[in-house]
Design a protein around this ligand. Structure first.
Ligand SMILES: [Zn+2]
Ligand SMILES: [Zn+2]
Length: 138
């Protein structure tokens, strides 16, 4: 469970009605919404919330390090509240469903020395692709 709201409260982040709604939309597991999706979901809870407020709030959450930007399909950036646990993504190539996954090995240390070209390698992002069970049975 990503306890985004709790983390923000713990940091003393001023929770206005607008910010709270954005944080509530992003609370949960396997959450990877585009900014437009966050805006649509936020609007259903707080009809007057503007797109600009949603975008600004997302930007703040990213600079706080409480939300990470994910780009799994090379198109829209997605916002992921699972910011404190290293994870990778499993993406359905039909419906776009995204799951947070944790490989058994460590993809960072798995890169052989001769493939590092002298770089001090500090991060790795892996995207696994496939077909999810509901698409497979459709
Ligand atoms: Zn699918
Ligand atoms: Zn994720």
């Amino acid at each position: 469970m990503s306890d985004l709201l709790e983390r923000l409260r713990g940091r003393g982040w001023r929770l206005t009605a607008q910010r709270r709604v954005v944080a509530e939309v992003l609370n949960g597991d396997h959450v990877h919404y585009t900014a437009d999706e966050v805006h649509a979901l936020a609007t259903s809870r707080l009809p007057e919330i503007s797109r600009a407020t949603v975008y600004n709030t997302l930007g703040e959450l990213v600079s706080l390090g409480e939300v990470i930007e994910v780009s799994t399909d090379g198109r829209a950036k997605r916002y992921d509240p699972n910011a404190h646990h290293d994870h990778h993504h499993l993406v359905c190539s039909r419906c776009g469903t995204i799951r947070d996954v944790h490989p058994a090995g460590n993809p960072l240390s798995d890169l052989p020395e001769q493939e590092r070209f002298g770089f001090a390698v500090t991060a790795v992002e892996v995207t696994y692709r496939g077909v999810c069970p509901s698409c497979a049975s459709a």
